[in-house]
Write a protein that binds this ligand. Structure first.
Ligand SMILES: [Fe+2]
Ligand SMILES: [Fe+2]
Length: 165
């Protein structure tokens, strides 16, 4: 690969890293609200567990910034703003409704899918850029996002959908 091309991917990697760093910190603030709003104890616990994991995601991203030799810095990400706004609407509009948890799971899964696509790309780019340690860190988070998504599917099937029906 010519030097100019690898420089471009390097820049793109840094841009997307700022984007997900912003997103993770926004998610960290949103998860306690979702845990508070959730009706089922299982869903509440899942949100609380993932809030703790998300602290680790922020820390891993800080390590990736370190590897890059850059300051950890976020850049407003409109995509996550939109997804989280939708979640807040669900909290408002379905307060007290048996469908609330179904709505919260749906919003939370949209967040996880967003993270999965971003971490998948970042991990691949880190590998292409020869940043093995960064790729490992990104992969560790990617796995936790995927596990969370699976757990949410389980909760949706076992509890939420029955109640909402
Ligand atoms: Fe995350
Ligand atoms: Fe997540």
């Amino acid at each position: 690969m010519p030097a100019t091309d690898s420089k471009k991917l390097d820049d793109l990697f840094h841009e997307r890293l700022k984007d997900i760093y912003y997103a993770e910190r926004r998610i960290l603030k949103a998860l306690p609200k979702m845990a508070k709003g959730a009706q089922s104890a299982e869903l509440k616990a899942a949100f609380e567990k993932h809030r703790n994991e998300t602290e680790g995601h922020v820390e891993r991203l800080q390590q990736v910034f370190d590897i890059l030799g850059k300051r950890a810095q976020g850049k407003t990400c409109q995509a996550i703003e939109g997804i989280l706004e939708e979640g807040e609407e669900v909290l408002d509009e379905f307060k007290g409704s048996p469908a609330l948890d179904a709505g919260l799971v749906s919003s939370a899964q949209a967040v996880e899918h967003y993270e999965i696509t971003r971490y998948g790309t970042l991990k691949r780019w880190a590998e292409e850029l020869g940043m093995k340690d960064a790729a490992k860190l990104l992969d560790a988070t990617l796995r936790e996002e995927a596990k969370t998504d699976e757990a949410l599917t389980g909760i949706a099937e076992s509890v939420v959908n029955q109640k909402a029906a």
